[in-house]
Design a protein around this ligand. Structure first.
Ligand code: IMP
Ligand code: MG
Length: 188
């Protein structure tokens, strides 16, 4: 889906910049409360590429110190959905004994985050692993998949773009979250 202007093909705005800012602030207050009680700064582990905008706002909204690192996971989808997710970039920060907060743009089927939390991250012996997703789309969640410990908003089964979320790598740069016109019911 090609576009020539930023808002082209966005049928409607689901969350404005102001709403996203309020959402990030709410999530940041919850995270602060929990991690202050633990007394140790968390490692925010962003899942590339979709989490970068959310993560950069979240880390600035947090009033507790935190470290930041990234992972990248290749998820196979649609006609390629036969394979399991594969790790493409590993974190550089030693995670042993640390409180790890995985930061993701959207939790959909849960395949990606279930793989990260249950198969990949346990080898590092982190003190704890929790999940923070800007958006939670529970309608397509697979049975037994992980849940978000922190979520900015729960949304219905819409395909959304902007604020880091893409459709074929486009639209990540939109400052708001929108629903595409003629958007797929869900990604394939
Ligand atoms: P899951 O493994 O099915 O939970 O998928 C998570 C990944 O799918 C997210 O990190 C996104 O990259 C992508 N995804 C799921 N729903 C959407 C959407 O509505 N818009 C853009 N990307 C999405
Ligand atoms: Mg993603």
């Amino acid at each position: 889906m090609r576009r020539t202007t930023k808002s082209q093909q966005v049928a409607r705005v689901l969350f404005s910049e102001a709403q996203l800012s309020a959402m990030v602030g709410r999530v940041a207050r919850e995270i602060e409360r929990d991690y202050r009680a633990l007394g140790e700064p968390p490692v925010l582990l962003g899942v590339l590429n979709g989490s970068v905008v959310f993560l950069s706002d979240l880390m600035r909204a947090l009033e507790i110190p935190c470290d930041v690192d990234f992972v990248a996971v290749q998820s196979y989808r649609g006609e390629r959905s036969t394979g399991a997710p594969q790790l493409r970039l590993s974190p550089k920060t030693p995670l042993a004994g640390r409180h790890v907060l995985v930061v993701e743009d959207i939790l959909d089927t849960g395949v990606t985050l279930s793989y990260l939390c249950r198969e990949y991250l346990p080898q590092f012996d982190a003190a704890s692993v929790k999940l923070c997703a800007l958006l939670d789309k529970p309608s397509r969640r697979l049975p037994g998949a992980v849940c978000a410990d922190y979520a900015g908003a729960v949304i219905p089964d819409l395909f959304v773009v902007g604020y880091g979320l893409d459709y074929d790598e486009a639209y990540r740069d939109l400052p708001y979250i929108g629903v595409l016109s003629g958007a797929p019911e869900h990604k394939e």
